[in-house]
Design a protein around this ligand. Structure first.
Ligand SMILES: NC(=O)c1ccc[n+]([C@@H]2O[C@H](COP(=O)([O-])OP(=O)(O)OC[C@H]3O[C@@H](n4cnc5c(N)ncnc54)[C@H](OP(=O)(O)O)[C@@H]3O)[C@@H](O)[C@H]2O)c1
Length: 295
């Protein structure tokens, strides 16, 4: 029997951790399947999507730079993906290609399951206004956050985000600010949750996305805030290190990556994802990638 085929479209893809995570999940679930890296251009992606009578793939992920553009070739896009403005998972529903955004689920699950946090009624600070920040802010609004202050290098981009989501979620108080706005210190002081959704911290030479002085010392044991960095490699960014040293709880992006992958697996197979196996496979792949980089 030929294995079912899944994969990921994007460019570049050399560092993708999804094959390790998904192939281990298939194996654990007794599904004969392969997960391929598909570094195609937009024309290649379109060719796959328009050949629906002869489906080559049973489903796939989409990453940079196609997350925003793939929806034009899909016949069905979930409300979440439409509102967030990005599709990261494509699957077949009723013989048609359907797209969704599992980052929203990934973010919420990691907050709840890995950090036992419910955002309802709380104040948050979100650094960044790109794709990941949109998924995070959308999730927080949906979960009933009281307020979210969005700080971004491009203030105009933060403003567009708050205007869009402010209309959708009128009960959430959303404000937009420049990343260097001195109000950041006060906003962090009032927040229960501070999310880094910028890419600052990916490289060892990156400065912190906010001044270290903006992170106050935790008010006492068990009374700290949650500092959540969506970056998963390195496992501890300077943002998380500073927050941990000052007595706060910290969470990196591993959980979000695992849960978004688990949700994609469930969309494709209608089976419960083996989350523990997927997390272990991801951590192993990260370790191998790190040691490969040191060689
Ligand atoms: N854990 C997960 O599953 C997961 C999922 C998705 C993304 N992520 C992580 O989230 C981060 C953002 O990803 P994304 O998809 O949202 O990327 P994106 O759409 O390209 O957005 C990048 C964000 O970083 C800001 N930024 C970039 N360089 C900066 C600099 N030098 N100074 C200040 N701000 C800077 C951008 O600000 P401007 O708007 O001003 O350019 C923007 O807010 C990445 O680190 C990614 O690895 C994690």
């Amino acid at each position: 029997m030929k294995p079912d085929l899944y994969g990921i479209f994007g460019n570049p893809l050399t560092h993708s951790l999804s094959p390790a995570m998904q192939e281990n999940a298939f194996r654990e679930s007794g599904i004969e399947a392969r997960y391929l890296l598909l570094p195609l251009d937009l024309a290649g992606l379109r060719a796959v999507l328009t050949r629906k009578r002869n489906l080559l793939l049973k489903g796939f992920n989409v990453t940079i730079p196609f997350k925003e553009t793939v929806s034009r070739y899909l016949e069905d896009v979930s409300e979440e993906a439409r509102l967030v403005g990005a599709v990261n998972t494509v699957f077949v529903r009723n013989g048609r290609w359907a797209g969704t955004n599992t980052d929203v689920f990934g973010f919420m699950q990691s907050l709840g399951r890995d950090a036992s946090m419910s955002p309802r009624g709380k104040n948050a600070v979100v650094l960044g206004a790109g794709g990941a920040a949109r998924a995070a802010v959308y999730s927080l609004c949906k979960a009933g956050i009281s307020s979210a202050a969005i700080f971004n290098r491009s203030e105009a981009r933060a403003r567009r985000l708050t205007e869009e989501f402010g209309n959708l979620f009128p009960d959430a108080r959303l404000t937009a600010h420049a990343l260097r706005d001195p109000f950041l210190t006060e906003a962090v002081k009032k927040a229960a949750l501070v999310v880094n959704a910028t890419s600052m911290g990916l490289k060892a030479s990156d400065p912190m996305p906010l001044p270290a002085e903006s992170i106050p010392r935790a008010a006492g044991k068990g009374r700290g805030k949650l500092f959540y960095d969506l970056i998963y490699a390195p496992a501890e960014t300077p943002f998380l290190r500073e927050a941990r040293r000052k007595g706060h709880r910290v969470l990196n992006g591993v959980g979000m990556l695992v849960y978004q992958g688990a949700k994609a697996f469930e969309c494709w197979t209608n089976r419960r994802a083996p989350v523990k196996i997927m997390r272990a496979a991801l951590l192993e792949a990260l370790k191998n990638r790190e040691s490969g980089m040191k060689v």
